[in-house]
Ligand binder design. Sequence first.
Ligand SMILES: N[C@@H](CCC(=O)N[C@@H](CS)C(=O)NCC(=O)O)C(=O)O
Length: 208
Amino acid sequence: MFRLFGADRSGSAAIEMALTLCGAEYRLVTASSWETGAGQDELKRLNPLMQVPTLVLSDGGVLTESAAILTHLGLAFPLSGLLSQDALERAQQLRALVYLASNCYASIGLIDYPERWLPDAGPDQLDRLVAGARHKLHRQWEVFSDVFYNPIAWHPDAPGAVEILACVVSQWSGAREHLGRSRPEFYASLEIVDQHPAVESVLQRHGW
Ligand SMILES: N[C@@H](CCC(=O)N[C@@H](CS)C(=O)NCC(=O)O)C(=O)O
């Protein structure tokens, strides 16, 4: 039994989708840095960054970082389809997962909390930083589409770790709308991912 620390409309949605594909039992603990409540102290103890998703494994081990969690689940549940059994295809999937986490997801952290990067800045400077990060985020999504929207790395009809993480992270900061304009074919393929039963039910639960 896994325990997943998460919050509505957060990255924990991707791990809910993955656990569903694994057929794994899990208990959801609602907790985050922005909602005070019973779970917050435990989240802070498990993950000093107080970020979600944070996953507690059956032996009590703690996993953070979406790309690491999805990779672990893909390896631990080979029949889930989260990761390919083909080594070369899997290599591209690992590249795509790390790309999403270190580029697109990281930009969201900057957009949500610009004061962590510029603690002494005034509102105008923070607004400029957010606008710049948002522009960079949209460019990062264009590059994701240009590099990974191909038959080796991208399988919208049978979503795995990459499609799931892309589906969730693209919900934020106008990424979907931007892709709809700049990369319409990739955007349409994200909508196919959205319709997979394991994905759709979680999207609905999160109000997306
Ligand atoms: N590098 C982490 C980022 C996780 C993250 O930033 N999660 C957000 C929610 S989507 C969060 O908990 N932010 C709260 C905070 O940083 O205080 C990952 O890939 O999982």
